[in-house]
Design a protein around this ligand. Structure first.
Ligand SMILES: NC(=O)c1ccc[n+]([C@@H]2O[C@H](COP(=O)([O-])OP(=O)(O)OC[C@H]3O[C@@H](n4cnc5c(N)ncnc54)[C@H](O)[C@@H]3O)[C@@H](O)[C@H]2O)c1
Length: 790
């Protein structure tokens, strides 16, 4: 194999390098090779995604200096430098989902600052770019001439576009200031030491060695071309040494499907772990394979370590790491994320949308988490890495922390009692008679869990509850727990929104800490230290205040929505157009456009029942008059459903009997499979009840809907649902519906009638395609439709 990269002569011209991201996986290998070649390394890393274990082997080496600093801000480099390597950036999907703005800044501000540094020192500069700049490629294999196919606003865009920007900035800066710049387009790298941070090989290796299911995103036919990390580092340094100015692919050409990769790793690890498929990642590239002609030609570089050998070395290293971790087991391993605060053993009681997300989020922050539920089937499924509901990014996070060992699921209160802090995340639904919140599940937790609490601990409620509940539960707990009043109760309401629960948990708008004393506040601050350090505001309150904050937040959002829906009713009577009214109001900074769309109103397992519970509680406290308007908020909301039914009736010629109606949407909102109090299913049931032949389609919630409403008709695709329909009812605003082609659908339906209950579609485009388009609060469209039909 011809390979003249990293010859002593070439790297030997450097004396001292600044290496950003040296506290990360690839950076640590780059540092190791530089030191071996006699180049001093000044490593700059803020350890946002890196880990002390990467630099441990370097700290004692002569010539290695570590500065903990953020490269997007000013940092000092004493002495002369002749090489700058910019690797600092979050680099895995969960990391850049957790740190979206930081990722963009590492590529933009970080690149700019490090280029300035190189300029000041007259140093050679190398940017670590990525094969992700090719996006989901339409050229295969990918050569450096290919410009890529990137979704600029998708889930991966913060990383892909930051790197594309970084490349553009590097080239522009090099041209303008005469800095010698190089760009390494790195393809998936793997190797020993790599932590399971959401990347495919480190995940599979950890899962196989731990005997956990190997979780494949999507069907596994997508391909990758993994490059052994020592080869990657050698490639980056070959670019540095060469003085070459154009981007160079650094990757292996051994292309393999993700499914075969999982099978190979399982075989090498001699593991009997099952292979499981979970939801596909958004914009996941179908193919990845570099054309490395340029690297061979210009640098004399090509990978040396074949995939099978690299995987063997990686699995072996993981096994050794596991053995040393097992003797003796430190239950409180220090994690990078928990650096700022103390790591805790936490239990999370209740494994629903809130509980599982909170449990996985706490593991992500570095804590050891025991999640408990009384539903044995649910626990088994979660322990196998299967999240029994859809929440974007959650199965990934759960899988990662099952693999990291920081998250486990149990049905035993006794086991959960080993924790110091217990988060209660059970449901607080509406009572069946409508008389406020049903707190039976909370009370049951106190009764069943309390007797196991035999030492000082903190119980933290996260569920939404009527004010006064926390104090009542504290009294109950003091009575049933052997530790008595050494069990404190705090309330830390959760504000996450389904469909974006992971991001909301790791990056909430604010944290509300309702605490009885300073100790409880300190513990909660320790739990959330990484979030607080990242600048998330903290509101500290007493228990009743914390309880009221949550109810008030939901009531305000409900009021805002019902306000605009009430105006929508008024528009219908007055001939105005609610869509235009809403747009104009949303531009007013005092009003804002968030949670401010009219249509079918709100639903779900929280907001409707929370406002009703608040109203009931206000009555109990003798201030029903103060919140009486909430009854009207509720009534306006429920009327939205009736108004949509009436629009549909109009399109069906006055009666639903025998009419075929395509119902698009079953989830209460997009991004979730939750159908609790779903406005879409409410409408579907009315149509069905009045003799309509309903065909429901939803991208995610079909199973739940079918289970709850077996009498409704269901179709597996959007096209099947609309086939032969007399009218299409668009009831949940999924992106799939927004992207539907009106002409294509027109060819499938019986009659081109649509009610867009969510104001999702472009009315003009649909009308041009021949549809009679109606939407609530837009009487002008109705008149236009009638004019056309007469
Ligand atoms: N590993 C791969 O497969 C791969 C593939 C393509 C590109 N890359 C690129 O290589 C580089 C290193 O990737 P990695 O796999 O070692 O990831 P990593 O997450 O292990 O390392 C990145 C390091 O950058 C640090 N960092 C992030 N933002 C920072 C900031 N603002 N200031 C200072 N330090 C910061 C992190 O703490 C971490 O130590 C990244 O630029 C990545 O985009 C890696």
């Amino acid at each position: 194999m011809s390979d003249n990269s990293n010859r002593d002569g070439s790297l030997g011209r450097f004396r001292r390098a600044v290496l950003t991201g040296g506290g990360g996986f690839v950076g640590s290998y780059v540092a190791e090779q530089l030191l071996a070649a006699g180049v001093e390394v000044f490593c700059v890393d803020n350890f946002s995604t890196g880990h002390p274990s990467y630099v441990e082997r370097l700290l004692d080496k002569p010539g290695f200096t570590l500065l903990e600093a953020d490269v997007t801000e000013e940092f000092e480099v004493p002495g002369k430098v002749d090489l700058v390597l910019h690797l600092a950036s979050p680099a895995s999907i969960p990391e850049f989902a957790r740190l979206p703005i930081e990722t963009m800044l590492a590529g933009s501000a970080g690149t700019y600052r490090t280029l300035q540094l190189a300029h000041r020192h007259g140093a050679r500069y190398v940017l670590a770019s990525t094969s992700e700049i090719y996006g989901d490629p339409q050229q295969h294999p990918q050569s450096e001439e290919y410009w890529g196919n990137v979704n600029p606003i998708g889930a991966r865009s913060v990383y892909d576009e930051a790197k594309r920007y970084a490349e553009a900035m590097t080239v522009a800066y090099g041209r303008k200031h005469g800095v010698s710049v190089g760009i390494a387009r790195i393809f998936n790298s793997y190797g020993p030491l790599m932590r399971p941070d959401g990347r495919v090989i480190s995940g599979f290796v950890a899962q196989a060695v731990e005997g956990l299911p190997l979780l494949i995103h999507g069907d596994g036919t997508q391909t990758r071309s993994p490059c052994f990390v020592e080869d990657t580092a050698r490639g980056i340094l070959a670019i540095a040494a060469s003085g070459y100015q154009l981007p160079v692919n650094i990757g292996n050409t051994e292309e393999i499907s993700v499914l075969d990769l999982a099978r190979t790793i399982r075989e090498i690890a001699e593991s009997s772990s099952p292979i499981r498929h979970v939801g596909a990642d958004e914009d996941d590239p179908r193919q990845r394979c570099p054309d490395i002609g340029r690297a061979k030609r210009e640098l004399g570089w090509e990978p040396r370590v074949p995939l099978a050998e690299g995987l063997r070395r990686t699995v072996e290293a993981k096994r050794l790491e596991r053995q040393s971790a097992e003797t003796p087991v430190p239950t409180r391993r220090q994690s990078p994320q928990a650096r700022g605060g103390q790591m805790h053993v936490i239990s999370v009681v209740g494994c629903g949308y809130l509980g599982v997300t909170h449990a996985a989020g706490m593991a992500e922050l570095g804590h050891e988490v025991i999640a408990i539920d009384i539903d044995a089937e649910k626990i088994k499924s979660l322990a196998d890495g299967r999240v029994p509901f859809f929440e974007p990014g959650l199965d990934e996070l759960v899988g990662r922390h099952l693999a990291s060992g920081r998250l486990r699921f149990t049905g035993s209160y006794e086991e959960a009692a080993a924790a110091d802090i217990h988060f209660i995340c059970v449901g607080t639904p509406q009572r069946s008679d409508g008389s406020g919140a049903d707190l039976r599940h909370l009370d049951a937790v106190v009764e069943q869990f309390g007797p196991h609490l035999d030492r000082e601990c903190l119980v933290v409620g996260k569920s939404t509850v009527p004010v006064g509940t926390a104090a009542r539960l504290a009294t109950m707990l003091h009575a049933v727990a052997p530790a008595g009043d050494r069990v404190s109760v705090a309330w830390n309401p959760e504000f996450l929104s389904e469909g974006r629960a992971v991001a909301d948990t790791l990056r909430p708008d604010r944290l509300v800490l309702g605490t009885p004393d300073a100790r409880a506040e300190r513990l909660l601050r320790e739990v959330y230290a990484p979030i607080i350090d990242a600048g998330v505001p903290v509101v500290v309150a007493d228990l009743p205040t914390a309880e009221v904050i949550k109810s008030a937040a939901n009531s305000f959002m409900a009021t805002k929505l019902s306000f605009i829906n009430a105006i929508s009713e008024f528009c219908e009577a007055s001939g105005a157009d609610i869509k235009v009214v809403t747009e104009a109001l949303a531009y007013d900074a005092r009003i804002g456009g968030k949670f401010f769309t009219s249509g079918l109103g709100f639903g779900g397992g929280c907001v409707p029942k929370d406002i009703r519970a608040l109203l009931v509680r206000a009555g109990e406290l003798g201030v029903a008059h103060a919140l009486a308007f909430l009854a009207e908020v509720d009534a306006v909301n429920m009327r939205c459903r009736d108004r949509v039914v009436e629009l549909l009736r109009k399109q069906c010629g006055g009666s639903f009997a025998g009419r075929r109606i395509a119902v698009l949407g079953a989830a209460f909102k997009p991004g979730t499979d939750d159908i609790r109090d779903s406005p879409a299913l409410h409408v579907a049931n009315v149509l069905h009840g009045e003799g309509g032949q309903v065909a429901v389609y939803d991208p995610r919630a079909m199973e739940n809907a079918r289970r709850a409403f077996p009498a409704l008709g269901y179709e597996a695709t959007l096209l099947e649902a609309v086939r032969g329909a007399d009218v299409v009812a668009l009831l949940t605003d999924w992106e799939e519906f927004a992207l539907a082609d009106p002409q294509r659908l027109a060819a499938a339906v019986g009659q081109c009638n649509i009610v867009d209950a969510r104001h999702l579609l472009d009315a003009d485009a649909w009308q041009r395609a021949g549809w009679t388009y109606l939407a609530p609060g837009r009487p002008g469209l109705q008149q236009r439709a009638m004019a056309v039909s007469t």
